[in-house]
Design a protein around this ligand. Structure first.
Ligand code: FNR
Length: 368
């Protein structure tokens, strides 16, 4: 039969990815030494999902400066030792005919917290216990977290330069693409939103001011990686602040306008997530963020959809409907590293077309 859309290749600049089933960035909080250097955990975690058939994997939020970590166990890309350790992961993923990007991140006012593990300690790590004072557009805390320091313009310029330096290290480590983390209430999102950005200089105020940081970061990253490498931006396309897309925060219309601007500047994909900047009641359900991706896709941007995509037919339908060009499978891939192989099986694909490494081809058959 014909190949499902999920398993059609996609080309972005000089990168061709073998399919459209991608792994979203997922923090593992497994840099146990607290030095931001990825460990064997990252090799096995990402390696298993490359074996499992994902076309492209986005390595978790990697901090571009130490203060930009969510927790002390976050990964980093702020020094060469980290980049060299990432290279080992990159090389293995490439050996599986998969591509790998890295998410460049700064946690902003949500920094200096415990790893987000169920059952573990929650909330702020105090400075006395190895935490640090977070930074933000304005000295306003996320409810329950630490009071951040308002960034000066010099601080902002340093962060922009740190994103570019992280991007250069990503190139050196062999990554195929980079993603700028502009979602989930971390630094860039907190600048985008009028709910968290109350600056009165050129980095705040109107749409132009609030989007200035992400536009500067995109331009600096593009300059750092050159014209061949795809650059993605992850956005929260709604804050769900009023249980509605049309909230008082950075809403879907602004996200669409920004996506169009970034696309015009050469951004290769908008990874459409939502929320995280303020506490909100989110109507979570199967594919709940797909309509947001559809709104962004309508601007002409290449998009990725994410959020409770768990079944092969459901994910296939997201692509067929035109709401997105690729799908990201997150938590379902924590349960099932070979989600793409299972999807190919469920969709009845010829095993020769499905993303099996030689070692796993016998998994394509119930018996024999
Ligand atoms: C995440 N998510 C996330 N998002 C992001 O942009 N950067 C990150 O580093 C992380 N870290 C992370 C860790 C873990 C353990 C989970 C479960 C999630 C969000 C993730 O990329 C995805 O958007 C959501 O999980 C929704 O997709 P699923 O899981 O419903 O497919």
């Amino acid at each position: 039969g014909s190949v499902p859309r999920l398993f059609e290749p996609v080309t972005l600049r000089s990168l061709t990815v073998k399919n459209r089933v991608w792994l979203p960035p997922m923090c593992q909080y497994s840099c146990f030494a607290g030095d931001g250097v990825p460990t064997d955990w990252h090799l096995v975690h990402l390696g298993a999902r490359a074996q499992g058939g994902f076309g492209l994997l986005i390595a978790e939020a990697a901090a571009v400066v130490p203060d930009g970590r969510i927790s002390p166990n976050d990964a980093g890309i702020w020094n060469d030792e980290q980049a060299e350790a990432w290279q080992r992961v990159v090389d293995f993923v490439h050996s599986q005919d998969a591509a790998i990007a890295i998410q460049l991140a700064h946690a902003g006012r949500k920094a200096s917290t415990h790893p987000n593990f169920y059952g573990g300690p929650k909330g702020v790590i105090a400075e006395a216990d190895g935490g640090w004072r977070p930074v933000a557009p304005s000295a306003e805390q996320y409810p329950g977290l630490a009071l951040p320091a308002e960034m000066t313009k010099d601080d902002i310029a340093e962060v922009v330069a740190a994103f570019a330096a992280g991007a250069r290290r990503a190139v050196a480590a062999g990554f195929d693409a980079v993603e700028i983390h502009g979602a989930h209430g971390y630094l860039i999102h907190s600048f985008l939103s009028p709910l968290s950005n109350h600056r009165d200089d050129e980095y705040g105020g109107d749409f132009d001011g609030r989007t200035r940081l992400v536009r500067e970061v995109y331009a600096a990253v593009r300059e750092a990686v050159g014209e061949d490498m795809p650059v993605f931006v992850r956005l929260s396309a709604s804050e769900w602040a009023e249980d509605d897309w049309d909230d008082q925060g950075f809403d879907v219309e602004q996200a669409a306008e920004l996506s169009a601007l970034l696309t015009a500047e050469g951004c290769d994909l908008i990874d459409v997530s939502s929320s995280g900047n303020v506490p909100a009641t989110i109507p979570v359900g199967p594919g709940y963020q797909v309509p947001l991706a559809g709104e962004i896709a309508a601007t002409g941007a290449t998009t990725g959809a994410v959020g409770l995509l768990t079944e092969a037919n459901q994910a296939e339908q997201v692509l067929v409907s035109g709401d997105a060009d690729v799908v990201f499978i997150g938590r379902a891939a924590l349960r099932d590293p070979a989600w793409p192989q299972r999807a190919a099986f469920d969709l009845g694909m010829d095993w020769r077309e499905a993303p099996y490494p030689d070692q796993y081809t016998r998994g394509a058959f119930r018996a024999s």
